[in-house]
Write a protein that binds this ligand. Structure first.
Ligand code: A3P
Ligand code: MG
Ligand code: MG
Length: 358
């Protein structure tokens, strides 16, 4: 477990910044990303208890044509928004060590949602984010920082946002069953407490990374290949197409980082009726968008990702104060990132909270 040691000198505020990479120029170099190797899987049950089993695994089934994504909305068991704490992932890492199936981690540990935000930052022009960064034995622990005000905001969705969010979960239920080879149909009422998660190890350039994240389902019994499920609005015309291609950047990295080879997208009407399905091979997505207007380049993201992680590591470790200190990274779209050493009061605030799967 991550134990914070002696607090850093109070009031010491170091601020360093890293500027935003240009997406107008090609990537300055090619940074390799190692194929993710699975280390462990675990499940959250209906009571939101973590167990080291595949109890929550789901199997892919074809959804019925025209399925209603608003079905059983009133029965949705809705897990409240949580702070992006690392608890579940840290427990999984302890279990990996206990089993002796993984080598000691020197590098970066984070949820997949955080890594996706970092890597897609060069193309993010709307939503900023903040992270807490902790260091222990030369390893960086990165978690999302969500202020109480922001958490409340996220919890107070408008009825319209709420139903749109539900469509995504209902799609998962229409597309999955608890047993392989089950008939097509409703897979059970949505309970967002229940999740099946995987932890993988990988390497971005010279940085070793352990990533945990939710996996929506697997295909087949024998070759259990993981599948990510997504919904998106029907495409009619070039503008919709361009919007979808932009979204594919996030779909791509979300799946790529955990080594999920397939993304099944259900296209729906604004009112939540499933219209068409399309399956994408994750690794082919960058080539599909290349050369299009407003295309993104995954190499820019990977290069940026390595620069960003190396920059944090160098700043914190060269700056001394590494062990037991807590830092805050703030990303501002179109500007860059800023790294600040938290003072004692702020650090104490970071120490309360719950976990969440990215
Ligand atoms: P869609 O992505 O199909 O819209 P995930 O796709 O990551 O498995 O997440 C499942 C669903 O959770 C999403 O379905 C969406 O409804 C909801 N969701 C995930 N991240 C969200 C976010 N940042 N804001 C709102 N809803 C989100
Ligand atoms: Mg999911
Ligand atoms: Mg999904």
């Amino acid at each position: 477990h991550l134990r914070l040691g002696a607090p850093p000198t109070p009031r010491l505020h170091a601020v360093v910044s890293l500027s935003y990479p240009s997406t107008a120029q090609p990537a300055s170099r090619s940074v390799p990303f190692q194929r993710p190797l699975p280390l462990i899987s675990f499940s959250y049950n209906k009571n939101r208890e973590l167990e080291f089993s595949d109890a929550a695994i789901r199997y892919y089934v074809e959804p019925p044509p025209g399925a209603d994504l608003g079905y059983a909305y009133e029965r949705w068991v809705h897990r409240p928004e949580e702070k992006g704490r690392l608890d579940g992932l840290l427990r999984a890492i302890s279990e990996i060590r206990r089993r002796g199936t993984g080598d000691p981690v020197i590098g970066v540990i984070s949820w997949r949602g955080v890594m996706t935000k970092i890597l897609t930052a060069p193309y993010e022009d709307r939503d900023g984010w903040e992270l807490n960064v902790m260091v222990e034995n030369g390893t960086l622990y990165l978690e999302e920082f969500i202020s109480d005000a922001r958490l409340e905001e996220k919890d107070n969705m408008t009825p319209r946002q709420r139903i749109q969010t539900y469509y995504g979960y209902a799609f998962e239920s229409w597309c999955t069953a608890s047993q392989p080879d089950a008939p097509s149909g409703w897979g059970g009422d949505v309970d967002t407490n229940v999740q099946w998660c995987n932890v993988v190890k990988t390497k971005l350039g010279d940085v070793r990374i352990i990533i945990g994240g939710e996996v929506d389902c697997v295909r087949g019994i024998l070759n259990d290949t993981m599948v990510e499920l997504k919904t998106s609005m029907n495409i009619s015309g070039h503008r919709d197409e361009a919007r979808f291609e932009k979204k594919l950047l996030k779909f791509y990295f979300q799946s790529f980082l955990l080594g999920v080879p397939e993304i099944v997208v259900g296209f729906r009407t604004p009112g939540g009726q499933l219209k068409t399905m399309q399956s994408f091979k994750t690794l082919e997505i960058p080539r599909m968008v290349r050369g299009k207007p407003n295309a993104w380049d995954a190499r820019i993201c990977l290069t940026w990702g390595e620069d960003f992680l190396t920059w944090i590591k160098h700043t914190i470790i060269l700056g001394g104060n590494a062990s037991g200190s807590v830092w805050r990274v703030k990303f501002t779209p179109c500007t860059g990132v800023e790294l600040t050493l938290l003072c004692e009061d702020e650090r104490r605030e970071v120490e309360a909270g719950e976990d969440r799967v990215g």
